[in-house]
Design a protein around this ligand. Structure first.
Ligand SMILES: Cc1ncc(COP(=O)(O)O)c(C=O)c1O
Length: 428
């Protein structure tokens, strides 16, 4: 008899195009906290968190209670039709949490919508077209967000980048040969040769790249970008869709940089597992858009808003910012120990900002040459060992570890044990 997984795989192949791909060939039946079970009963520890969404774990009781309570009242009215308190409360929370003076927020449904709306607002505010983004960046799969994304395959494979005014500058990654000064030179060059800075509406940067490989922009780099933006009247957009909501040990990653952004798109962990995104920005910029320019039918769904309000409470009550720092520390010290052992798969750079932790898999011990094939094999082996994780990175050799921020020490250690076994087995 076929396993449930095999039957679902066959149905999936017959019903869904290959473009809507899934990293792991498994089908989920149940999840709780930092644990997931598939339809054949196999147990996994969550080191993927639904791409950094389940920061408060799967189905946190407080988040579920808030959703239930909201469902007893109303599930949808559409903010453009009639307003409701949970939407306002989420925006108040975002305004208070964001490192932006006199902030205003509005809500959307996906990260791509949030990043596209950041660009839209910046363009309306400045009356300019130009947008500067970075190589290796990821801003979403919709048309403009895809053009802003600094990675070709698979997102832009067979789709020529089609948006006027979008330019990419190399993101500084010292150990892959791009120093901060190289990035700044490239930006200067862009301003001299291609588009004058007074035609640029926004510089959009992930303070810590997500899909690009958990690479952190140097502090001095973002500070310099802030100065450049101030000099030329450009909006600085910090895309915190992946790095936000406590994952880096501060509410927003940009708080590690000692500067304010002008606009911050957020999504993912905000909704505690339900779709919710937002754009936070300086009042003078956000109010440039005329009434009706911002929003959408499902933008700021009431049940998602109720969940988000519970997420804010859980982050505070369970001290998840401190917990993020401790998780990052525990993961990286284990990885540093493993890196010294010549019988596991060769580990290259290890990095983290709070619980945004990652390591690279390289071709030889002590080397720096990416090994994307071994990285794929390791992710598959880790799944077989019962830990769900996602490779990423411009070089295809980064393993990111996005655990729920409330994972217990016991599960975190067990996950790291399973990961160690996989590193050993793929090395053989
Ligand atoms: C930094 C960043 N921006 C934007 C997006 C797009 O978000 P969504 O997939 O919700 O559209 C992502 C998704 O991974 C992301 O990591």
């Amino acid at each position: 008899m076929l396993s449930t997984t095999t039957t679902l795989q066959q149905r999936r192949e017959a019903a869904i195009p290959r473009g809507a791909a899934t990293k792991h060939p498994i089908f989920i039946s149940r999840a709780a906290g930092a644990e997931v079970w598939d339809v054949d009963g196999k147990h996994y520890i969550e080191f993927a968190s639904g791409i950094a969404v389940n920061s408060t774990g799967h189905l946190h009781p407080k988040v579920v209670a808030a959703m239930r309570d909201q469902l007893e009242r109303y599930a949808h009215v559409a903010f453009p039709v009639a307003a409701y308190e949970p939407y306002i409360a989420v925006c108040e929370k975002l305004n208070a949490a964001a490192p932006i003076s006199n902030a205003r927020s509005c809500l959307f449904t996906t990260g791509a919508e949030a990043t596209e709306n950041a660009v839209k607002v910046a363009r309306i505010h400045t009356g300019r077209l130009g947008i500067v983004t970075f190589t290796g960046s990821f801003h979403g799969r919709t048309s403009l967000a895809m053009a802003m994304t600094g990675t070709v395959a698979p997102l832009r494979s067979d789709v020529p980048p089609s948006h006027a005014g979008v330019y990419h500058v190399p993101f500084p990654i010292e150990h892959h040969g791009v120093a901060e000064s190289d990035s700044l030179k490239a930006l200067e060059q862009l301003f001299r040769s291609t588009i004058s800075p007074d035609q640029v509406a926004a510089i959009v940067i992930e303070p810590v790249q997500g899909e690009g490989g958990f690479y952190q922009a140097p502090v001095s780099f973002i500070q310099t970008l802030r100065k450049i933006c101030d000099t030329h009247g450009i909006c600085l957009v910090a895309d915190e869709v992946q790095s936000g909501f406590g994952r880096t040990g501060k509410f927003f990653a940009i708080e590690h940089y000692g500067v304010e952004a002008d606009l911050i798109p957020v999504a993912k962990a905000l909704g505690g597992g339900l779709p919710l995104a937002g754009l936070i920005g300086r009042e003078s910029i956000m109010n440039s858009a005329v009434p009706g320019a911002l929003g959408g039918t499902f933008a700021g769904n009431p049940v998602s808003c109720a969940a988000a309000l519970a997420v804010f409470e859980v982050i505070e009550e369970e001290n998840l910012l401190q917990r993020a720092a401790a998780i990052g520390e525990r993961i990286t010290s284990r990885l540093r120990d493993l890196k010294r052992r010549d019988y596991v798969l060769p580990i290259g750079d290890i990095r983290n900002l709070g619980a945004m932790a990652a390591f690279e898999i390289v071709t030889e011990h002590g080397g720096n040459t990416p090994d994307p094939e071994a990285t794929k094999a390791f992710a598959a082996r880790a799944r077989e060992e019962g830990v769900l994780l996602l490779p990423c990175g411009a070089f295809g050799n980064t393993i990111r570890l996005s655990t729920p921020l409330n994972i217990t020490d016991e599960l975190l250690n067990e996950g790291l044990e399973r990961l160690t076994k996989a590193l050993l087995q793929v090395a053989k």
